[in-house]
Design a protein around this ligand. Structure first.
Ligand code: KDG
Length: 339
């Protein structure tokens, strides 16, 4: 009888020890978070993703590790958005433009000529309007952390310099998978072709499309200058990126772990904006040195395009809701009224 009792006590002790080791192992086993993005590792998006990963690992003492995966290796923006909503992937950074099918208010950021400079961008995106739009993601299974800067978008093509609106006639122009971009460039006379970013370089290389529009940083980092001769400075839209977490994953995290991600996201946002702006300030010279022919629009052509494009404003106002649209216009007037 004594032997049986001793055996049972020893078994219980061994089981307890095993559980505590398992618990300990669970405690020290780092959380591995997959973070996907679409541009390549050498891009502004790639550099900032690494800053984010380093900040998370440092703040968590190694208990949270970000595995950054670039070049659309985890899928296009749209595919990664679906993976986050389903809980199959933890994080991503990508375009707000491809989110309008999920959260219609994201269309505000597609508005041509809405934002004129970095100050307006940062105040709008980081203020109540950007927060309000970000919060709408949660009902769709996404948690928006911060906005990064994709930048002011400019036009490239392989056929001719675009100095006036009519030069766009018949140009097969790739646009993001987003109706505002599609309708806007159709209005300007281009043959607009919606396409995922991951397919763009080869489509330009094979002349499947003649042109595209993206910030200078992307034109540089994606080497579009190798397959595009002409760059026209239009600055037609200020385009943000947004960093998101799967809500299914976010809800499993402790408040401390959520704070680690949010604090690191803010660190990466501030780094990314500065890095992107520094790189963009040198871009025209760099792109000319790479052989691109750069031109401004002819006098009056920018306002002709702007007047043509304002016809999408009514569509955007309807998409995002007139309250948000009016709030945005008022906020921009307030910002522009500041000295
Ligand atoms: O994955 C790349 C996208 O996040 C971003 O670059 C979107 O500007 C964009 C484009 O043209 O697709």
């Amino acid at each position: 009888m004594k032997l049986l009792r001793r055996t049972l006590v020893a078994a219980a002790a061994a089981a307890t020890l095993t559980m505590s080791f398992a618990a300990l192992a669970q405690d020290i086993k780092p959380r591995l978070i997959r973070f996907g993005y679409g541009l390549n590792e050498q891009s502004n998006q790639g550099r900032a993703s690494k800053v984010f990963a380093d900040a998370v690992e440092k703040a968590s003492g190694g208990k949270m590790k970000i595995r950054v995966v670039g070049a659309s290796a985890l899928g296009s923006d749209v595919q990664m958005q679906q993976a986050l909503m389903g809980g199959a992937q933890e994080m991503m950074v990508g375009s707000t433009a491809t989110l309008v099918g999920i959260t219609k208010e994201m269309a505000l950021w597609d508005t041509p000529f809405l934002i004129s400079n970095a100050k307006e961008a940062d105040i709008l995106l980081d203020g109540p309007i950007g927060e309000k739009i970000k919060s709408k993601l949660e009902e769709k299974g996404l948690v928006g952390l911060v906005y990064w800067e994709n930048g002011f978008r400019n036009l490239t093509n392989s056929k001719r310099p675009v100095t006036k609106m009519e030069d766009l006639d018949g140009v097969k122009l790739r646009v993001m998978q987003n109706n505002i971009y599609l309708d806007s460039f159709k209005m300007l006379g281009a043959n607009a072709v919606p396409m995922a970013f991951s397919e763009l370089f080869s489509a330009l290389e094979t002349n499947t499309v003649d042109g595209q529009e993206n910030p200078y940083n992307t034109i540089l980092s994606s080497k579009f200058y190798e397959v595009q001769k002409y760059l026209t400075v239009t600055n037609h839209v200020y385009s943000p990126w947004i960093m998101m977490v799967s809500k299914k994953y976010w809800d499993q995290l402790s408040k401390d772990e959520q704070k680690v991600l949010m604090d690191a996201a803010r660190i990466s946002r501030d780094y990314e904006r500065k890095d992107t702006r520094d790189e963009a300030s040198r871009a025209i010279a760099d792109l000319r040195a790479k052989g691109m022919q750069v031109n401004e629009l002819g006098v009056g052509e920018a306002s002709r395009m702007r007047n043509k494009l304002t016809r999408v404003y009514a569509q955007i106002g309807a998409n995002v809701g007139m309250d948000l649209w009016i709030q945005t216009q008022n906020e921009l007037m307030r910002i522009r009224g500041q000295k």
